[in-house]
Write a protein that binds this ligand. Sequence first.
Ligand SMILES: [Zn+2]
Length: 245
Amino acid sequence: MSSQALTIPEILRRLHGLHQQMDQLRGRLMKGPRLAQAHQEQIRQAENNLDQAKKAYNDTRLASHRKQLEYEQKLADIQRRKGRLLECDDNREYQLLKDQIAADEMAASVLADEAIELMTRVEEMAVKVQEAEAALAAAKDAAAKWQAEFEKQEPVIRQEIAQVEQELKHLETLLTGDVRELYQRALRNKGSSALAPLRGEFCGGCNQHVPLQMRSQLLLGNAIWCRSCGRLLYLPENENPHSRS
Ligand SMILES: [Zn+2]
């Protein structure tokens, strides 16, 4: 079908379809920066988690090291006192040393338990650091893969947008007189929502009732816009009198 053969409702239907297509394409294009931002946010979160895991690991390792020193110090105390015990010839001092050694051995036993517990926790923290490192690598990987995918998609989307724009421009040149003026006004006010089909007795854009007199005008081929939302109305295919012939 050549352009000249298109009726006004046909042109408006096509224009509406193209505007919707354009919205979709622009939406896909906008998704690019939005998703890039979301990926960056995930990376940032993963980096935070890793920092925290590393800090917890280092703190626990330090605590474990200190506990180990404390334990060794206690063992040295015991050895020292045992040495003095051998040289001791005073009964009271002997008993005192024996009591101190017993208390030290008790304390050493507690310290040993605590040191073992801390060493176990250090191992757990090391696993957590590895997990956080893996999560960060995965987040970076996902971001890079998506980026590569979008870089492939973007030129295609832009090309489609250019094609749709061209088609829109061409179809717009086919509009003349009143309908052209009303279309351009609706386009200025409503952007890509400039057009709406008549759905039964209602505006397909805002669902408000369209009076009979206006619907009749539309059927006669006159340009009609919805008084509620300002969209330029057109007849959908099944109500187009020309397509019934
Ligand atoms: Zn409306």
